[in-house]
Design a protein around this ligand. Structure first.
Ligand code: IPM
Ligand code: MG
Length: 358
């Protein structure tokens, strides 16, 4: 029996509900694959602020660093929006990423065949989309100095250093080598100095990956191309804020932001989380879509633990559940046969994953 220690950060809003489904699926799949998970729950976000006055308690960092991987729900909510910036849930998350050193945020978008009608774009545009946004996560304008504000001015600085660009570029090229060997680097090099450096360094790094075709695109054009013809993309390599924006946009190709997982890696311990937020308006109602979190658990198995067959099981479980027409409310309009609750969706995926034969 293999054993893994997982730090669980449920967070705020729908976070607890969706994490409960992810652990349900992990346990079910673990039982078939001879894997046992031991979970340690720690606080982050608004709930941590309420409990101890800090959105990121030291214990959360310590337990996470001592784990094999971190599974994360979602944080934030209106309730905490008026707090000073450093007390806000989002600041806790940014500090957490930085403390762990997870500089590479991988955000795959693939459109399930069963869900092609769910996108606001035409089915023929989205069918077969399979792309990966590689977003730099602990640099750029989110963290650059100087930053600040007074009564009449607010300022932030977009800064990247050569080593920061090199390491994220290597991640993107390595991932591309495992996929269809295409990287599109997205920047704003026609305007920003930081983007000119970005482009130069990405080109340098690309020489080490002669098999990968590198293209460049300005971010405004990339935003347009993602809607016009998303299938042209394989790996999109970009900085922190452009990646934040483009990954939300890309998620809509799949029809629901409730479907898309992410992995934040590059350091010893990785963080696996859905790309959506804490949806406080539907918290506690049992209607949230747990698929993004379950899929994040699958990424955790694959990237952090090397448990590929357990991950394959989960991926197949999600696909089969959707194929049979099970839908949470956010997806109810699209070829639904059964509208189910958060918990029913988790149970269904667990069952299909267990029954799946490779
Ligand atoms: C994300 C979120 C975060 C970000 C927020 C909550 C700080 O939008 O993970 O994409 O901007 O990185
Ligand atoms: Mg975002």
């Amino acid at each position: 029996m293999k054993k893994y220690n997982i730090a669980l950060i449920k967070g705020d809003g729908i976070g607890p509900e969706i994490i409960d489904e992810a652990t349900k699926v992990l346990d079910a799949v673990g039982a078939c694959e001879g894997i046992e998970f031991s979970y340690q729950e720690v606080l982050m976000g608004g709930c941590a602020y309420d409990a101890v006055g800090d959105p990121l308690p030291q214990e959360t960092i310590d337990v996470s660093l001592a784990s094999d991987a971190v599974l994360f729900g979602a944080i934030g909510g209106e309730k905490w929006d008026t707090l000073p910036r450093e007390k806000r849930p989002e600041s806790g998350l940014l500090r957490f990423r930085k403390e762990l050193g997870v500089f590479a945020n991988l955000r795959p978008t693939n459109v399930y065949d069963e869900m092609v009608n769910a996108s606001s774009l035409k089915p023929e545009i989205v069918k077969g989309v399979d792309l990966m946004v590689v977003r730099e996560l602990i640099g750029g304008i989110y963290f650059g100095e100087p930053k600040g504000r007074d009564e009449n001015r607010g300022w932030n600085t977009m800064v990247y250093t050569r080593p920061e660009i090199e390491r994220i570029a290597h991640v993107a090229f390595k991932i591309a080598m495992e996929r269809s060997k295409k990287v599109c680097s997205v920047d704003k090099a026609n305007v920003l100095d930081v983007s000119q450096l970005w482009r130069e360094v990405v080109i340098e790094v690309s020489q080490e990956y002669p098999e990968v075709a590198l293209t460049h695109m300005y971010v405004d054009n990339a935003a347009m191309q993602l809607i016009r013809d998303p299938k042209q993309f394989d790996v999109i390599l970009t900085g922190n804020i452009f990646g934040d924006i483009l990954s939300d946009e890309a998620s809509m190709l799949s029809g629901s932001i409730g479907l898309l997982p992410s992995a934040s890696v590059g350091a010893k311990i990785g963080v696996y989380e859905p790309i959506h937020g804490s949806a406080p308006d539907i918290a506690g109602m049992g209607i949230a879509n747990p698929i993004a979190t379950v899929a994040s658990a699958s990424m955790m198995l694959r990237y952090a633990l090397g448990e590929n067959s357990a991950a394959d099981r989960i991926d197949a479980g999600i696909k089969e559940t959707l194929a049979q027409g099970y839908r949470t409310r956010d997806m109810a309009a699209y070829d639904a046969k059964v509208i189910c609750t958060t918990s029913q969706m988790g149970s269904m995926i667990a069952q299909m994953a267990v029954e799946w034969k490779a």
